[in-house]
Design a protein around this ligand. Sequence first.
Ligand SMILES: Cc1ncc(COP(=O)(O)O)c(C=O)c1O
Length: 383
Amino acid sequence: MKNFQSKLPSVGETIFSTISAKAQQFQAINLGQGFPDYDGDEFLKDRICHYIKSAHNQYAPMPGVLALRESIADYFKNKYQLNLSPNSEITITSGATEALTASILGLVSQDEEVIIFDPSYDSYAPAIQLAGARAVRLNLVDETFALPMEQLKKSINTKTRMIILNSPHNPTGAILSRETWLEISELVAGTDIIILSDEVYEGIHFIGERHFSPLELPDLKERLISVFSFGKSCHMTGWKIGYAIASPFLTTELRKLHQYFTFSTFTAAQLALADYLREHQENFINLGSFYNTKKELFIKELTGSRFKVLDSSGTYFLLVDYSEISNKIDTEFCLELIEKYGVASIPISVFYEKPISDQRIIRFCFAKKDETIKKACKILREI
Ligand SMILES: Cc1ncc(COP(=O)(O)O)c(C=O)c1O
């Protein structure tokens, strides 16, 4: 096709697929892509089979199974004291990815600008490009990975349609505080800027930390879409069930895309998740302490190595500095780790538009069985 022009000419295979394939080829322990090497609760497996066998196999309602939307509303009432309308404010999507992409394509127009912060999750920029808009990519500050507030203020102009924020943050584990959200709220007051808040790691905040959801700020409500993932909260990333919470006005716009992207999402999985969230809400509330134990194990097992673990407040990722071991750039170092030592990680430069040249940092996922963490760290201690 001579006259075909790709809409995403610079997009190739994602780094996660590349690293996972390499890890498989070298039979490496995969601490790269963000998925657990254990399954979610037996309860979920029993319920999904039950619903499949009892003939719940046709299209779900477009906005999602009502029971699941009601369970979500109940969870937000208990955890955040928020009153959400299952009918007009909650939409079930095929993973958080669908909600993010539908929000960007549905709300951002040609030639507008969307501000994102690097290192950023890799689905944002291609969706912005598909919308015909420009991604304004600002780097988070040094190794604290705080928001560059002054730069953010300077970057806002009449073309700015959206700001995308992610907290708890992949890959850095940083969490945005209530104070920072208040500053953002003040910054966008009186504008037509939409805030897209990626909260897929909502439940994974460590001891002494709290996830502050911007949904808790009434002033942000009219311009806010918050996005969540049951893949992350239920250790079932392959089920690809996510949801978006937004004002009735923004929900209507989001659903216009959702109904033509996918129309609806896997019925039996939604019904199983509705039961799980209703009957085992404690597992969602205690997710942070579950992962805190794994984080501490990872750090303890890495003690004595030449890797330096960076501070982290949430998610199931840890960044480590390897500058004592090698001066290679992170992509090369990650390949060496797989090929020579049999451990897979993710280079963080791939999350940047303009990678920081002297940064020697990689990301490990510790959503792994204790024995996997111990086995991997034994190898890492000897490098
Ligand atoms: C920051 C962030 N947003 C969104 C997603 C996608 O979530 P889902 O698998 O539910 O589509 C991920 C998955 O790794 C993520 O890390």
